[in-house]
Ligand binder design. Structure first.
Ligand code: ITT
Length: 199
């Protein structure tokens, strides 16, 4: 089985990626390669941030690697929180802990949207793959709407307030089996998997 590094510290993402790619590739995490750096993400696009993470591993460990950067874009908020999804509460002046971060991020978003009836949003992922000297990108999107309250226990991040089009449940209510078929990350990873199976 081929081995590839997935440059992420997010255990949920790792679990999702392994569920999708794990029967074809041995996916190593940053922890597995002994990397505990907080890799900078200073770009203004998902692709830039994904590439920063993947290139860090290539430069410091000389291993082929892919990384994703992902986030939620809400139409009525001009695409916010976007690349700032993980830090949305903090950049809006809220203090957070590791434990309540997701919850406070969602509160900030729900407050900003208030009772706005225009609640269209999408989750977006860009994956950057650094393979030898080559760089490849794979993007995935899932469209949906932001609910007015949090629903469900599954998933992570903004899942309890995101309802994908065609479903009447949030990602957190739908559970990982369905999410892993239709999510932004699943769509980008499917493109990555297709590419990797042809090399
Ligand atoms: P790594 O950088 O270590 O991979 P991270 O959590 O910082 O992990 P991102 O920089 O990609 O990940 O930040 C994306 C944020 O967007 C993430 O923390 C969530 O708040 C949100 N997000 C991304 N994908 C999501 C998903 O599938 N469901 C819910 N929220 C998601």
């Amino acid at each position: 089985m081929k081995t590839i590094v997935f440059a992420s510290n997010n255990a949920h993402k790792l679990e999702e990626i392994r569920a999708i790619l794990g029967n074809k590739f041995e996916i190593k995490s940053l922890k597995d390669i002994g990397c505990d750096a907080d890799i900078p993400e200073t770009g203004v696009t998902f692709r830039e941030n994904a590439l920063q993470k993947a290139q860090y591993v290539k430069e410091h460990y000389n291993l082929d690697c892919f990384a994703d950067d992902s986030g939620l874009q809400v139409e009525a908020l001009n695409g916010e929180p976007g690349v700032y999804s993980a830090r949305y509460a903090t950049i809006n002046g809220c203090e957070v802990t590791k434990e309540n971060k997701d919850d406070v991020n969602m509160n900030v978003l729900l407050e900003k949207l208030s009772n706005n009836t225009e609640r269209k949003a999408c989750f977006r992922t860009s994956i950057a793959l650094v393979l030898g000297e080559e760089i490849h990108y794979f993007d995935g999107v899932v469209e949906g709407t932001i609910t007015t309250d949090k629903r469900g226990e599954g998933g992570f991040g903004y899942d309890p307030i995101f309802m994908p089009d065609g479903y009447d449940k949030t990602f957190a209510e739908l559970g990982n089996d369905i999410k892993n078929h239709i999510s932004h990350r699943a769509r980008a990873v499917a493109k990555l998997a297709e590419f990797l199976s042809n090399i």
